[in-house]
Design a protein around this ligand. Structure first.
Ligand SMILES: Cc1cc2nc3c(=O)[nH]c(=O)nc-3n(C[C@H](O)[C@H](O)[C@H](O)COP(=O)(O)OP(=O)(O)OC[C@H]3O[C@@H](n4cnc5c(N)ncnc54)[C@H](O)[C@@H]3O)c2cc1C
Length: 470
């Protein structure tokens, strides 16, 4: 599959005939070898070069930079404030406030970086609406906003229901709160821009170069089909693809996310009142997330439903290319915006999500391999947080003893999900129960006790849903 087909965004961001970076042929050495050319890998590379320009940094990417989730996502640049309850539980209140604030600063820093580097990533800082599209979702945000308020933090604005409907262009939005510190981007344009920025700083990037094997403890060796890299430090920036590594396998489960994008219809958006780049998601367990684009399209995504779950660590091409549930995702867009009438899906795609139990990522060094670092479990909120991740990984690789290397999300990988085959078959049951719970909420009825019990195993959502165990 040509990775350029992986999303509308990639088709737009990679010019026809644009050359890939060379693939690795032969043996080389590096101070730091980063595996994975998405936001995590590229921000880490940029951070490392900014902090130590003489460092020899290599990135290898199995496809081209941005071919993973970084070139296919919804483009919501969010902070960690919506995940404050989980953050507080993991890190304690003070550190949770510091990290949530740092993630909000990253939203601005990404915009500033794009402006300084001349990266046209369609960056717009018009905020995020956490909306309710049925009765059961209303006030799902209260616990989070109240927890932040206990630390004198007020990241959300409470909007009157009329304002929510008017500014989002749909009366389906019964209520909501708004976080002004959020932005939207054309995700692949950001990834490709970071690739350029890394190259300009002297990072060596090898595309179409998959890591086949990782060996060594004190000094590592990364083997690729036609070469080897001896590196003092290795950063695994593999997102969901990290699931094939035994220690990472138990810390995440891979879910799908599917997006459709409409034709351009700027006049209709204007008529509906959805006039800015505000991003919106609802409070269901299988989240709906939607935003407009610079040329007046709607991109609408749905989490977790397409059933293409990999068995074991084998993602392969299962989650690449157009989604087979485009009609269903499109019908949810029409349900959310009944005012729109008939719209067409101009394109669709899907991608893997690395869901951790708490919805927050793990950072650290692999057990017994102190020079190999991981970042995994962004759980569908990585566009902004990968910038924080880059700082954390750079500090770890540079052996700094600073607030990033010692931050509360640097922790051993959890063993939160069962091994196969329980994971696969149990996961299917849980997913069915989650879908049934969402359907019951839409119909304004309570789910049955078995459904409730099974849905209780769901990992944390993009934002906390009612009854979520943090
Ligand atoms: C459909 C979808 C919608 C999403 N929407 C949003 C959103 O709106 N907002 C948000 O914040 N987050 C969203 N996310 C999540 C977000 O995209 C990710 O958290 C983020 O891109 C993670 O970046 P990364 O660099 O860690 O991973 P990736 O961008 O996935 O990078 C990992 C890279 O590793 C490469 N790789 C894999 N195996 C190997 C190997 N063996 N050797 C070399 N390279 C390898 C892959 O090709 C890939 O390019 C979404 C994700 C998806 C899939």
């Amino acid at each position: 599959m040509d990775v350029r087909r992986n999303s509308h965004w990639l088709k737009e961001a990679i010019a026809p005939g644009e050359e890939d970076c060379p693939s690795l042929i032969g043996d080389i050495s590096a101070d730091v070898c980063i595996v994975g050319g998405g936001y995590t890998g590229l921000w880490s590379a940029i951070q490392l070069k900014q902090q130590e320009p003489s460092l020899d940094v290599v990135v290898i990417e199995k496809d081209v930079c941005g071919a993973g989730a970084s070139g296919r996502n919804g483009g919501f640049v969010l902070s960690w404030w919506a995940k404050f309850l989980s953050l507080e539980k993991i890190c304690g209140g003070e550190e949770a406030v510091r990290l949530a604030a740092a993630s909000a600063e990253s939203v601005d820093a990404i915009g500033e970086f794009c402006a300084e580097e001349g990266i046209d990533a369609h960056y717009k800082r018009d905020g995020w609406l956490w909306a309710a599209t049925n009765d059961s979702q209303v006030d799902a945000w209260n616990g989070t906003a109240e927890a932040a308020a206990r630390y004198q933090q007020y990241p959300f604005e409470r909007w009157e229901p009329g304002e929510v409907g008017a500014r989002s262009g749909s009366t389906r939005h019964q209520a909501g709160i708004f976080e002004p510190t959020a932005a939207s981007v054309q995700p692949a344009a950001l990834a490709r821009g970071l690739r350029q920025a890394a190259l300009a700083r002297g990072v060596k990037i090898f595309e179409n170069t998959p890591m086949a094997k990782l060996t060594g403890r004190a000094k590592s060796e990364v083997t690729t089909p036609k070469g080897r890299i001896k590196a003092a430090k290795v950063i695994l920036a593999l997102n969901a693809w990290g699931v094939r590594f035994a220690p990472i396998h138990r810390a995440i489960m891979v879910a799908s996310s599917d997006i459709v994008i409409t034709d351009a219809m700027p006049e209709r958006l204007e008529e509906m009142g959805w006039r800015d780049g505000m991003t919106i998601s609802d409070g269901r367990m299988l989240v709906h997330y939607y935003r407009t684009t610079r040329d007046g399209r709607i991109a609408f995504g749905k989490g977790g439903i397409n059933g293409r779950w990999p068995y074991g660590g084998k993602i392969g091409t299962k989650l690449d290319g157009p989604t087979q549930i485009a009609d269903s995702v499109l019908s949810w867009l029409q349900w959310t915006y009944p005012e729109l009438g008939q719209v067409r899906s101009a394109d669709s795609w899907m991608g893997p999500i690395d869901r951790s139990k708490t919805g927050l990522p793990y950072f650290g060094a692999l057990e017994g391999q102190p020079n190999t670092f991981y970042a995994v479990g962004y759980s569908g909120n990585g566009v902004g947080p990968c910038h924080v991740g880059g700082k954390i990984l750079a500090s770890l690789a540079l052996e700094k003893k600073d607030e990033w290397a010692n931050c509360g999300l640097v922790r051993p990988l959890g063993r939160d999900f069962p091994p196969e085959p329980i994971r696969y078959f149990g996961g299917k049951l849980v997913r069915r129960a989650i879908a049934a719970t969402d359907a019951a909420a839409d119909a304004n009825r309570a789910p049955g006790p078995l459904t409730r019990y099974l849905a209780g195993f769901a990992p944390a959502g993009l934002s906390p849903f009612k009854g979520q165990k943090t």
